[in-house]
Design a protein around this ligand. Structure first.
Ligand code: THU
Length: 131
């Protein structure tokens, strides 16, 4: 398995762990760190709605908690056969930890995916170096 296949498998496995009694919209994510580890995440909802956290942020925060410093790639999967892009809040969180050449892998299904650069997802961004 190449790194994309590994990340897609991790995102699809993670999607199965989603806690989504309200939206029923299950999302899975996988983060590849600079040290070469892959961390999975799923969305976790809440009866009070706003505390809901997206799959991408769960995966990122697990990696950061584990001592990882930088994210090289992040894969996301939502509804089958359509492209689910990271929400605005997650884009800003990715911005905090991503490498300059970070890739976003948007998964349509196990075989089909689209790769875009993070800079296309959040151009003219604000990050740690701007303070
Ligand atoms: N969601 C994610 O987990 N990631 C995204 O990029 C888009 C939205 C979740 C949040 C919520 O649990 C559900 O999808 C519907 O918005």
């Amino acid at each position: 398995m190449n790194i994309y296949e590994k990340m897609i498998k991790c995102a699809l496995d993670s999607q199965k762990r989603a806690y989504t009694p309200y939206s029923k919209f299950n999302v899975g994510a996988a983060v590849l760190t600079e040290s070469g580890k892959i961390y999975g995440g799923c969305n976790i909802e809440n009866a009070s709605y706003t505390p809901t956290i997206c799959a991408e942020r769960v995966a990122i925060f697990k990696a950061i908690y584990d001592g990882e410093k930088k994210i090289k790639k992040i894969a996301v999967v939502g509804k089958e056969n359509s492209l689910t892009f990271p929400c605005g809040v997650c884009r800003q969180v990715i911005r905090e930890f991503c490498t300059i050449d970070c890739e976003i892998i948007v998964i349509k299904n196990e075989q089909e995916y689209k790769i875009i650069k993070f800079s296309e997802l959040l151009p003219y961004s604000f990050g740690p170096e701007d303070l």
